[in-house]
Design a protein around this ligand. Structure first.
Ligand code: ATP
Length: 297
């Protein structure tokens, strides 16, 4: 046991946890300065665009060679559209977002933005184009103002306030005794799941990226908070190319396209209405969820 918990092992564990949560990945990478699994190609090009279409072509992937997680996954998110991925726990949904951010390289197939393989781009420029609202936002032990401004270092106070207003967290912040100077994080004020998601949304508004990944919170928010967060997300994802990793179905109804992933394979895809009419797996999931809602009411 002592060996198991050797410092190195522990660090590895922490590092994996950090990566797994997708939280604040941009910052974590620069903090840890671990090239991680991927390197820039020798002649990597800088991505510089305001309009991006994303494609996965026959993507295979496994975290290790023993177990393949994704099998021939193909999907397209046209510029400015929203694609939602649903499927049972462990199907590989969040893995898709980790691959798009290029935490790992695919083992087969390719992921491209505007037709350019993301392995041919510099990681910095790729990641600058992607905003992430993660499942669980990590807050720095600093002020709430700093935590929001982190979305775009150098943003003015007025811009931070503007972003906080759009994310509907400004009123909450100014109600705190120290306002934007309130310390948050482990040693400061603990924020609720919904408040943390709003901080993440405000950061993303400041960052203003053309591509958005929304990894829906797995731990349920109360339904009012969830609805209002969904509205904020709908507002920031308008005109952005958006990948929604949905752990529940309520978020996906309005998506331009829904992909049902099962055991790492695309089982069905289409709009909510088309999938319900089709009467397959999605329709089954939808019916179950409706029953659940009736039972809850
Ligand atoms: P959920 O809805 O429960 O979040 P998901 O569909 O998002 O599930 P993923 O997080 O993509 O699922 O995980 C897919 C599979 O990959 C799971 O079996 C998981 O155990 C495995 N996996 C995820 N992250 C790692 C990792 N860092 N190393 C090894 N295996 C991993």
């Amino acid at each position: 046991l002592t060996q198991l918990w050797s410092p190195l092992h522990f660090l590895g564990f922490v590092y994996r946890e950090i990566r797994h949560s997708l939280a604040d990945m941009e910052r974590m990478f620069s903090l840890l300065d671990e090239g991680a699994e991927v390197d820039d190609a020798a002649n990597a090009e800088v991505l510089d665009t305001r309009s991006a279409s994303v494609r996965f072509d026959s993507v295979d992937f496994g975290y290790d060679s023993k177990r393949q997680i994704l099998h021939g996954v193909s999907l397209t998110i046209p510029e400015g559209k929203t694609l939602a991925v649903v499927g049972s726990s462990g199907a590989g949904k969040s893995t898709l977002s980790r691959l798009l951010f290029r935490f790992y390289d695919v083992s087969h197939g390719r992921i491209s933005i505007n037709g350019r393989d993301i392995r041919a781009l510099t990681q910095d420029s790729l990641r600058a184009h992607i905003g992430i609202v993660p499942q669980d936002t990590v807050l720095f032990n600093d002020t709430i103002g700093y935590n929001i401004a982190y979305g775009r270092p150098g943003a003015s106070q007025a811009e931070v306030v503007e972003a906080a207003k759009s994310a509907h967290i400004h009123d909450f912040v100014v109600s705190l005794p120290d306002g934007y100077d309130t310390m948050v994080g482990e040693r400061g004020l603990k924020l609720s799941g919904g408040e943390k998601q709003r901080v993440a949304i405000a950061r993303t508004i400041l960052k203003n990226p053309p591509i958005l990944i929304f990894d829906e919170a797995t731990s349920a928010l109360d339904s009012r908070t969830e609805k209002s967060i969904q509205q904020e997300l709908a507002a920031i994802s308008a005109n952005r190319t958006t990948l929604v990793i949905a752990h529940r179905l309520s978020t996906v109804v309005d998506a331009d396209e829904i992909v049902v992933l099962e055991h790492g394979r695309v089982l069905e895809q289409g709009t909510h209405r088309a999938l319900v009419e089709k009467g397959g797996r999605y329709a089954e999931m939808w019916a179950l969820q409706q029953q659940g809602e009736v039972a809850e009411a």
